[in-house]
Design a binder for this molecule. Sequence first.
Ligand code: HEM
Length: 428
Amino acid sequence: HGAMRLAIRARARAGNPDAEVLLDPAVREDPFAHYERLRTAAPFAGGAFARVSVHHDVCTDVLRSDDFGQIGGNRTEGMPPLLRTALRLAGPRPSTGPIDPPSMLAVDPPEHTRYRRLVSRAFSARAVARLRERTRQIADELLDGLEREAAADGGHADLVARYASLLPVTVISEVLGVPVAMREQFLAWGDGASPSLDMGVGWRTHRSVERNLGELDTWFRGHVRRLRRAPGEDLLSALVAMADDDGSGLTEQELLSTALLVLGAGFETTVNLIGNGAAQLFAHPDQRRLLAEDPSLWPNAVDEVLRVDSPVQRTGRRVTRDTTVHGVPLREGDLVLLVLAAANRDPRVFRDPHVFDVTRANARDHVAFSSGIHFCLGAALARMEGEVALRALFERFPDLAAAGAGHRRRTVVLRGYESLPVVLTAQT
Ligand code: HEM
C-alpha cells in the first residue's frame, strides 16, 4: 500500500509537483493552500497524467464545451500501471456502480440527454418545493433524536452520525421509493464505495469499493424485481414501468445505474454540505449572528458554504476531438482535471475569496454543482435540504457549539466530515 502511494507520488512529481495534491489523501485537511500554488499556472498546470485547472473561466469553458466528454467511470485512472493491467486482465467488473456507464454522469449525448430527461422532472424547482415541508418534518424528528442522545451523554452528540448524514438519505429514499429502514445500510454501502471517485486508490480500497458496490447492486436488483410485481407511486416504480429491454424505454442496466446514481448522489454529497456548513458557522460566530438576525440570508449562506468548502472538490473530462483551450492545444484522449473547489476561490471572480461571507453578492456564481450539460441534477434539492437542515438546527439550538475538532472523511474528491462532535447546551 505504502509502496503504491510512493509510486503515485513519483509519477505526480514527474509533472508539476503540486499536482500531487490531487492524488494524495494526506492533504485532505487543507487542500486550499496547495490549490493556490497551482493558480499561477494558466490555463493549466501540467500534471503527469492530466492537465489541471483551478481557474473559474477555464473550468466553465471546458465543462460547457462539446470537445470534451466524461471520463466514463474509469476507476483505474491514476493507478500504478501494474495494478491497472492486473485489473484489465481480471475482466469486466461484476457489478455496475453509480458512476459507471450507462450512468448519465458517465456518458455523453445522445445517451446522456435521454437518461437525464427521464428523471429531471422529479428534481425540478417545483418538485423540490413540494418536498420542503416534509424535509422540515424529517429535520425536526432527527433533531428530537439528537436531543435525546445528547441528554443521555452530558449534552454531547455527533452531528454527522445523528443528523447531517441521516437527513439527505431519508429524503432521497422517500423520493425514490426505497425503504427508509434501509438507510443505515445505504450509508454504509455509500461510505464503502465513495473512494471510487478518487484517483490512484490502492488495491485494498479498490477491493472494498467493489464489495460495497456489489452488495448494493444485488440489493437493488432484488428491489426492482419486487417493484415489478407490486409497483408504488414513487420515482423508481415509474422508471421500472419504463424499463422493458426492447429499446423503447430503459434497459434493466440503464434503470439500475440511473437509480443508483440518484440514490448515491442524493446522500453522499449533501451530508457534506450540511456538515461543512455547520463547521463554518461554528468557526464564524459573526456570520451566525447575521443569520439569526436575518433568516432571509439562509439561502445565500448555503451557496457560500458550497463555494468556500465545496463538497465535490473536482471533476474531470477527456478531450473527444483535438481542440484549443485558452490558447493551449489539446489532443484527443487528453485528460483534464477541473478543481471546482479552487475555481470557487478564484480571486478574479470572488473578492477576498478565502473569506466566508454569508452576505456575498455573487456567492451563487460558484461551480460547486459543475456547469454545462452535467450540471448537478439535484442542485435545487441539495440547496433546499442544506437550507432547511442548517436553519432548523441553529434555530432550535441557538447555543449549539463544536466540542472539539471534527474528523474529515478519508476521501479526496468528496470533502466533508465523518464526525463532528457538538454540545447542545451548557448543562445545568
Ligand atoms: C451531478 C455536485 C447533490 C444528483 C453533479 C455534479 C456535481 C454535483 C459537481 C457534476 C459532476 C461533473 O460535471 O462531472 C453535487 C453537490 C451536491 C449534490 C455538491 C450537494 C451539495 C445532489 C443530489 C442529487 C444529485 C441531492 C439527487 C438527485 C446528481 C446527478 C448528477 C449530478 C443525477 C449527474 C447529472 C448529469 O450527469 O447530467 N452533482 N451534487 N446531486 N448530481 Fe449532484
